[in-house]
Design a protein around this ligand. Structure first.
Ligand code: CA
Ligand code: CA
Ligand code: CA
Ligand code: ZN
Length: 753
């Protein structure tokens, strides 16, 4: 499945979170969440599309903890791949509510796609980046956007026996190397320490239930089981090494599925093979398989390097590579990649719960390789015990040492200050447990962009904790304290978490109407998010009078959206006034509203109530007027008392006169206080008559307020003004803001003033 989302020059800026077709009130069978997530994401891609030359192509769709959906779209510019331009759209489990939109692209692309440097020249330059290179791929032309200035570049893959799989980016205009990264990640780390365990294998050391998983020798050839047993348990026996590798890889796979909601190492139901018997004191991931050597010791001290945390680490590199943004280059991204390996190693040990290799915060404690306890090479709870940094400083050492700060953050998040010590003087932290910490970490990786940084990981994990555990903020606060605990304190524009649950209001506009038998009448069902974030709502009607049917278009909405209710009567429908209940079945809250349906001509005194004009735009601090007009529609005139409801705080509404006879008019004065936030508000003008009540809606747009700071989860109308990081913006397109839609990131939504 690889549907293409095409947003060319004629793309329309449509920000509705869902675009569901018209449906009736009868229960519909929902499309699967994946399909709905794709539908939802089409509506938001335009918010990150910087130019008409860009297209988006769905590259992967994976599920995470709690059923969250993550869709990664690759970007092209004039048909060329855009390296680093991926957009990840995260939705809730239903696929209908968008939680996050992220991209690593920093600047709009506007460049010529004609290279001055030939592919052959670029290949020579790329090959020179690696000593003893044995091969170089045919260069591929692309646009490189992970720095402030997009560059037309040739990408080549240079390989050597060392091993190395080096991706090199050469500026196609100047011939200079602008970026590179190596898919090969060294670790260091054993086997025969899991004891006698059950593994899933057939007649050879391969696993038919986890696609892609097998273990073999240095040629990739699997070992044959002897009497249903793989290996003899010896420290240097290679079939035994494969037994340990398969055990660990299977535990890691099951942990990913059961704890983190991820389907396989690659998120799409697959993983990668492993090899043992590497004749080096090393283990590594090379971009397509994991490979395990020994600890470099001789005689009885010699062990294979494949206990659970080493295997978990190497496959952790595979997870890092197969999440959005890929592997990436540089020491900071490399350190986070190594930390990712260590975190998956610790998660695997914890999940396996094997007394032969108990869970701990050491890496490689079963190997005899390093200088730590048992030969550990890293200490996640106290990296400095093995000479690595505990705290974030903004400078980034060699990648294995560079794993320290994020490893330390993970331990503080999972196990708190009973397991680790903060870098700052903040309060004690009670950890949220390794499983929840793993869910937070995996969700953040599913929103990864290139190049990955501690600051991005910080924001992504905060958003993840908020989304995963809403309406609880406990986990969010622990994640925040843990980042503070490695000296990554609060930053401008940080996500915030409110303990208010998700809620919404429901109203009908109008709330009453009449139809002759056989005719129909419509009303608008309006919803407004009143706290938290939007939830999915399914609309239906309660018991209906005989011969009356109800349909909603659409029948499923996201809180904040509207639907049209059509009530169709038949010739046999009983005349008179009936109450029809409108039910809103929300994901977290259910609401009801009542509609008064009159079938046949009303016999009593009645009137209509209207406004002229029905809307106005007023600067904060200003005022406006409108006129209430009434008309007798049946019977005789009645006394009508006028009032307003729904005005926001700071807006006052007065009538002159307040009481009229139906058929007369009244002037409405609306004053807007200086502190009213720019937005569009609906004010209901109500006529309370002696025998009939009528109402009309006035749409008040307040502009030009000062000092209103941009916030996520907020409805912004066209013309609304906000400030963000000290810069003022005007809203170009009505929308409800989401994390990741900060004004500087969404030029289609916000105009800088
Ligand atoms: Ca252990
Ligand atoms: Ca360990
Ligand atoms: Ca419900
Ligand atoms: Zn590594």
């Amino acid at each position: 499945m690889n549907p293409k989302i095409k947003l060319g020059a004629a793309a329309v800026l449509a920000l509705a979170l869902t675009q569901l077709g018209s449906t009736s009130a009868q229960a519909q069978s929902d499309p699967p969440p994946r399909e709905l997530a794709i539908t939802s994401s089409q509506g938001v891609l335009s918010s990150v599309q910087a130019s008409a030359e860009e297209d988006f192509h769905l590259a992967s769709a994976v599920e995470g903890a709690k059923g969250l959906q993550f869709l990664t779209y690759n970007r092209t510019y004039k048909g060329l791949p855009v390296h680093g331009g991926e957009v990840v759209v995260g939705t809730d489990a239903s696929g209908q509510v968008v939680n996050s939109v992220t991209t690593g692209q920093q600047a709009e692309i506007d460049l010529s796609t004609t290279p001055a440097i030939s592919a052959a020249t670029a290949a020579v330059t790329a090959r020179a980046q690696l000593r003893r290179a044995t091969g170089v791929s045919t260069p591929k032309l692309l646009v490189h956007v992970t720095t402030g200035k997009p560059v037309l570049a040739w990408e080549s893959v240079v390989t050597s026996a060392k091993p190395s799989v080096l991706h090199v980016y050469v500026d196609a205009q100047t011939g200079k190397v602008i970026d590179s990264y190596d898919l090969v990640r060294d670790a260091t780390g054993n086997g025969h320490h899991n004891g006698t365990v059950t593994i899933d294998a057939g007649s050879t050391s391969s696993d038919s239930t986890r696609p892609g998983l097998s273990c073999g020798n240095q040629s990739g050839q699997a070992y044959t089981l002897q009497g249903g047993v793989l290996g003899n348990g010896g420290a240097t026996d290679l079939p035994t090494a494969c037994a340990d590798v398969l055990y660990a890889a299977q535990k890691e796979w099951d942990m990913l599925r059961q704890w983190l909601g991820r389907n396989g190492v690659n998120g799409s139901g697959g993983t990668f093979p492993a090899r043992v018997g590497l004749n080096e004191a090393n283990a590594y991931w090379n971009g397509s398989f994991t490979n395990y050597g020994h600890n470099g010791k001789t005689g009885a001290a010699r062990k294979q390097l494949n206990p659970m945390d080493v295997v978990g680490h190497e496959y952790g590199h595979a997870i890092f590579q197969t999440t959005p943004g890929g592997a990436g280059g540089g020491n900071e991204s490399g350190g986070l990649n190594e930390s990712t390996g260590d975190i998956f190693g610790a998660l695997t040990e914890s999940f396996a719960n094997n007394p032969n290799d108990p869970a701990d915060w050491l890496v490689g404690e079963e190997t005899g390789l390093g200088s730590g306890p048992g030969g550990a090479i890293r200490n996640m709870a106290n990296p400095s015990a093995l000479g690595h940094p505990n705290c974030y400083t903004g400078s980034f050492p060699e990648v294995h040492a560079g794993a320290g700060p994020q490893n330390h953050w993970f331990v503080l998040t999972a196990a708190g200050t009973s397991a680790s010590t903060r870098c700052d003087s903040g309060p004690a932290i009670t950890g949220i447990g390794i499983q929840k910490a793993g869910q937070v970490f995996m969700t953040a990786l599913n929103n990864k962009t290139s190049p990955w940084t501690h600051l991005k990981a910080r924001v992504a994990t905060l958003n993840a904790a908020k989304t995963l555990f809403a309406p609880s903020c406990t986990e969010f606060n622990v994640v925040l304290e843990a980042w503070k605990g490695i000296n990554l304190g609060p930053r401008a524009g940080d996500p915030t978490c409110s303990t208010q649950g998700n809620d919404y209001s429901l109203s009908l506009d109008p709330a009453a109407g009449s139809a002759q038998p056989g005719q129909s009448v419509t009303t608008t069902v309006r919803t407004t998010v009143t706290s938290g974030s939007a939830q999915q709502i399914t609309l239906s009607a309660g018991t209906l009078p005989a011969g009356v049917t109800a349909s909603f278009s659409p029948a499923t909405i996201s809180a904040g959206q509207s639907s049209t209710l059509t009530l169709s009567t038949s010739a046999s429908s009983p005349q008179g006034t009936h109450s029809v209940t409108v039910n809103a079945d929300g994901a977290t809250v259910d609401r009801q509203a009542s509609y008064s349906l009159t079938v046949g001509q009303s016999q009593g005194n009645d009137y209509t109530l209207g406004l002229s004009p029905t809307s106005a735009s007023v600067a904060a601090g200003g005022s406006t007027t409108t006129t209430v007009q009434t008309q007798v529609t049946s019977g005789s005139a009645q006394s009508v008392s006028l009032s307003a409801s729904g005005a926001p705080a700071g807006v006052t509404v007065s009538f002159s006169p307040q009481t009229i006879q139906s058929g007369q008019s009244s002037t409405v004065s609306i004053s807007v206080g200086a502190s009213v936030a720019p937005n569009t508000y609906s004010i209901s003008v109500n006529g309370d008559g002696t025998s009939a009540d009528r109402s009309a809606t006035f749409s008040l747009t307040v502009t030009g307020g000062q000092g209103t700071t941009w916030q996520p989860w907020t409805a912004y109308a066209v013309g609304a003004q906000v400030s963000y990081n000290g810069v003022n913006y005007r809203c170009l397109q009505g929308h409800t803001s989401l994390p990741g839609w900060e004004p500087p990131n969404t030029p289609a939504l916000w105009q800088r003033l």
